[in-house]
Design a protein around this ligand. Structure first.
Ligand SMILES: Nc1nc2c(c(=O)[nH]1)N[C@H]1C(S)=C(S)[C@@H](COP(=O)(O)O)O[C@H]1N2
Ligand SMILES: [Mo]
Length: 399
C-alpha cells in the first residue's frame, strides 16, 4: 500500500474512533524532534539542524522552561544561503530612501547614540512553527515546535528613525530588506512591507539581544523587531528601508507567509483559496519544556511540569493542565509577566500514582478569552502556518 493511502485509511479509522466529522485534511501533534546535531554553529549550542545551507536550526523542547531563551539556544531561519559573512561595522549603513525628505544613510553609531534606546521583551516565532502537524504535509520546513524564542531586545524606535528621514505626505508603505541575497537571480528576496498605520511605537530596530550584540545568525548587527507579529516581518541584517506611495507586489507578501483571506483562514488541498492575506498577529500558544519524551519519573515522586505560553499581545490569563487527555483541566501557576509580548512561564506540580506511560497536556487562555484548540480541531492551510494546537507530552513513570 502506498504511504498516502495508508495515511488516509489510518486517519479515517482514527476520526471514526473519535466520532469527529470526516474531512479531507487532518492535523496531528507536531513532530517532537529530540536529537540535536553533533556540532554547533558559531555562537550557538548544538540545536536540531534541519539544514546547514542556509542554516535552519530548531531549539529542542527542554529550552522552553524559561521565559528568556538564551542567544545560544535561539532558533535560526534564513531563506537564502547567501548570507554576508563579513561586515565592516564602521561602514554599515541602513539606507532610508523613497518617499522621504532626503535619503538617510544611518550608521550603527548614530542608531545607538542619536535615538532614545528602548527595551522590549518579545517572542519571535516563525509563522511555520509546528508545521509538521499538518496532513497532508505542506511545503516548507517541517518544524517541530522549536522555531520560536523570547528575548529582551534593545534598539531605536522605527518611528523615530522615520521621523528623522521625514516622510513625504503621500508615503503609505515601508519596505524592509536585509543584506542577504537571493540564492539565484530569479528567486525572490525576503522583503516585507508594513503599512504606515501599522507602525506602532514598540516596533524597533534592535542592536542588542539579551544584553549582547545579536548573534550573527540572528541578524547581526541589526534587525527589525515587531512585537506580537510572526517573524517573517522581523527582517535581519537590515540594510534598506524604502518608503513608497503604493503597495509593491512581493512574493513574501502575496504568496509565501499568507493564509486564506476568509473567516477561518483555512482551505483544503484540492481547493486552495485565491484571496490571501499576509500573516501578522500571533495566536495563543503554549509549550511544555519539562517533562520531555525521554523523562523518567518515579511513582509518587513530586514532579514540576514547566512550560511557556504567549499570544500576540493581549497577555496570558491562565494555562490549564490535563492528565486525562483533555477531559478535565487544572490551573497551573503562572510566573511573572515580563511583557504582554513575552513568554509567560507556567508550573504545575503532579505525581504519577502508578507506573507506565503518562501524558500531560497544556492549554493557554489569553486576556481576550481565546484558548488553544485541540490538535484535531485545527483547520488546514496550504502553507502550514499558525499552528497552535494544544501541546501534549508523553513520558514514563517507573517504580
Ligand atoms: N534578512 C532576513 N531576515 C529574515 C529572514 C531572512 O531570510 N532574511 N527570515 C525571516 C523569518 S521567516 C524568520 S522565521 C526569522 C528567523 O529569525 P531568527 O533566525 O533570528 O530566529 O527571520 C526573519 N527575518
Ligand atoms: Mo519564518
Amino acid at each position: 500500500m502506498q504511504r498516502r493511502e495508508f495515511l488516509k485509511t489510518s486517519l479515517v479509522a482514527s476520526t471514526v474512533l473519535l466520532g469527529l466529522p470526516l474531512s479531507a485534511s487532518q492535523i496531528r501533534q507536531p513532530l517532537d524532534y529530540y536529537k540535536v546535531s553533533k556540532y554547533a554553529f558559531p555562537e550557538k549550542n548544538p540545536l536540531i539542524a534541519h539544514s546547514d545551507r542556509p542554516p535552519l536550526l530548531e531549539s529542542p523542547r527542554n529550552v522552553f522552561t524559561s521565559a528568556i531563551t538564551s542567544n545560544k539556544d535561539f532558533f535560526v531561519r534564513w531563506h537564502s544561503p547567501k548570507i554576508k559573512t563579513h561586515t565592516f561595522i564602521s561602514g554599515y549603513r541602513i539606507a532610508i530612501t523613497g518617499e522621504v525628505n532626503e535619503p538617510l544613510y544611518l550608521s550603527l553609531k548614530s542608531l545607538k547614540e542619536d535615538f532614545e534606546p528602548v527595551e522590549i521583551t518579545a517572542v519571535l516565532q516563525c509563522g511555520g512553527n509546528s508545521r509538521s502537524a499538518f496532513i497532508p504535509t505542506t511545503s516548507g520546513i517541517q518544524w517541530g515546535s522549536g522555531a520560536m524564542g523570547c528575548a529582551k531586545w534593545k534598539g531605536a524606535r522605527l518611528k523615530d528613525v522615520l521621523k528623522q528621514a521625514g516622510l513625504n505626505k503621500d508615503a503609505k508603505w515601508i519596505n524592509f530588506n536585509g543584506s542577504d541575497e537571493a540564492a539565484f537571480h530569479k528567486a525572490p528576496r525576503l522583503i516585507r512591507e508594513l503599512k504606515i498605520d501599522e507602525i506602532e511605537d514598540d516596533i524597533i530596530i534592535a542592536y542588542e539581544m539579551n544584553g549582547e550584540d545579536l548573534p550573527y545568525l540572528n541578524g547581526y548587527p541589526v534587525r527589525l523587531v515587531v512585537p506580537g507579529w510572526y517573524s517573517d516581518s522581523w527582517i535581519k541584517m537590515l540594510t534598506e528601508i524604502r518608503v513608497t506611495k503604493e503597495y509593491r507586489p512581493l512574493y513574501y507578501m502575496d504568496s509565501a507567509y499568507t493564509v486564506a483571506d476568509n473567516e477561518t483562514e483555512s482551505e483544503t488541498p484540492d481547493k486552495p483559496a485565491k484571496k490571501r492575506k499576509p500573516i501578522t498577529t500571533m495566536n495563543i500558544k503554549s509549550y511544555i519544556g519539562f517533562p520531555t519524551r525521554d523523562t523518567k519519573i518515579k511513582v509518587n515522586e513530586n514532579v514540576t511540569l514547566k512550560g511557556v505560553a504567549f499570544d500576540g499581545g493581549s497577555g496570558i490569563k491562565e494555562v490549564l493542565i490535563s492528565a486525562d487527555k483533555g477531559k478535565t483541566w487544572k490551573k497551573s501557576t503562572l510566573g511573572k509577566e515580563l511583557s504582554k509580548f513575552a513568554f509567560r512561564e507556567f508550573e504545575y506540580n503532579f505525581q504519577a500514582k502508578q507506573s507506565g506511560k503518562f501524558t500531560l497536556m497544556a492549554k493557554a487562555v489569553n486576556n481576550l478569552g481565546e484558548e488553544q484548540p485541540f490538535a484535531h480541531q485545527m483547520l488546514w492551510n496550504k502553507g502550514g502556518y499558525k499552528y497552535n494546537g494544544i501541546d501534549s507530552v508523553t513520558f514514563e513513570a517507573v517504580k
